[in-house]
Ligand binder design. Structure first.
Ligand code: BMA
Length: 368
């Protein structure tokens, strides 16, 4: 290629291709850092995936956050923080000080800022209480139709969204710049345990809820630091995965939630690659980032789980990240902690060139 041709190609890339990349996001006004995060995911997924842990900085086995301690079970085990941190906004809609798992929202904000300062990524899910009954997210009484614009609980729902938007907009760095977040509302909708789940609303209602929520954040509340992730629980086919899909212009990232739990009644090591293959094929077809948005084996009974059950089945799949759920207490933990039986396997997983932890991340939010 001559010098002139190469200058012309770069010119074409910057004027034609790069605006197209940003235009393909749900939010055309997404901040530069948010667009860069998406580009980072795309580029990095050929090299490996970020490792993530829910509530990692807020509490762990036998400890709770105290100011400036920056404790983490993952760091205590491998000397490094996760590459992606998960948080949940459940109960913010009620105006509560703490979330549904007793995390103070001010602490959550500080931890999100700390994760950003480490160069790592933040992803936020939301388990809102049922706006019709006042029960929790698992109260799957029919609800969605009552909170849509024509419904009698619509004003209440808008109030919920206002509180979420205010929190998301408060996520800024020390210079006041917005911190990008992967927002993952209304997850596992193809299961029937949440009020937005399979048997509690129709496809039209779910899609309307998704679109209304996204448009409200983006257009009414002008929140511009979000990538939107849609994540389904186990599925058997692409068709099933897409049953309630709101459409390409409403989703940035495709997700899968799948657990290695006896009550799931699945053979995880068989099911995981099958579901991931469907997800990866779809991600490639749609040219979208895709991720293993929730997984884990409660209490980690298999000592080699990290290498044999997880790493073997996710390496080379192109997922942007894998996130394991929280370390709540002795009866519910998905991450290792010092002395736990799976630590040697986790350390092998950590050392794998494909797993990215915080120290591996340098330019997540930069344009190049
Ligand atoms: C579930 C459990 C609950 C928790 C909820 C929201 O999977 O971990 O204990 O309240 O997620 O984090």
């Amino acid at each position: 290629m001559s010098k002139i041709q190469s200058i012309y190609c770069s010119f074409l890339f910057f004027c034609v291709v790069s605006p197209l990349i940003s235009q393909s996001l749900v939010d055309p006004k997404a901040s530069a850092e948010t667009q860069n995060l998406y580009r980072f995911f795309k580029g990095n997924s050929t090299k490996g995936f970020l490792f993530g842990h829910q509530d990692d900085l807020s509490y762990g086995m036998g400890w709770k956050y105290t100011a400036d301690s920056h404790k983490s079970d993952i760091k205590a085990v491998c000397g490094d923080y996760p590459g992606i941190f998960g948080w949940d906004l459940g109960h913010i809609e009620l105006g509560k000080k703490d979330n549904l798992d007793s995390v103070d929202f001010d602490v959550m904000r500080m931890n999100i800022q700390y994760a950003y300062h480490l160069g790592a990524v933040n992803t936020i899910s939301w388990h809102p209480n049922n706006p019709v009954t006042g029960g929790n997210a698992w109260d799957h009484t029919e609800t969605v139709k009552y909170i849509l614009p024509a419904g009698e609980k619509h004003a209440l729902y808008k109030g919920y969204l206002n509180k979420v938007a205010v929190f998301l907009k408060s996520l800024v760095d020390e210079k006041g710049k917005a911190i990008p977040v992967v927002f993952r509302p209304y997850h596992e909708h193809n299961g029937s345990w949440f009020w937005w789940g399979e048997n509690s609303c129709t496809t039209e209602e779910y899609v309307a809820l998704w679109k209304y929520t996204v448009a409200y954040m983006r257009d009414s509340m002008q929140v511009h630091n979000l990538l939107y992730a849609y994540s389904a629980n186990l599925y058997q086919s692409e068709q099933e995965y897409l049953k309630k899909y709101p459409g390409d212009e409403w989703v940035d990232i495709l997700g899968l939630d799948i657990y290695d739990l006896p009550e799931y009644n699945i053979d995880y090591v068989k099911e995981l690659p099958k579901d991931l293959k469907i997800l990866a094929d779809l991600g490639k077809k749609k040219n979208k980032v895709y991720a293993l948005t929730e997984t884990g084996a409660n209490k980690l009974p298999k000592r080699d789980w990290w290498t044999e059950s997880l790493l073997k089945n996710i390496k080379g799949t192109g997922i942007a990240w894998v996130l394991v759920w929280r370390n709540a207490n002795q009866t519910q933990f998905f991450g290792p902690y010092p002395g736990q039986g799976s630590v040697p396997s986790f350390l092998e997983f950590y050392k794998s060139p494909e797993s990215f932890f915080a120290k591996d991340l340098k330019k997540v939010y930069k344009s190049k």
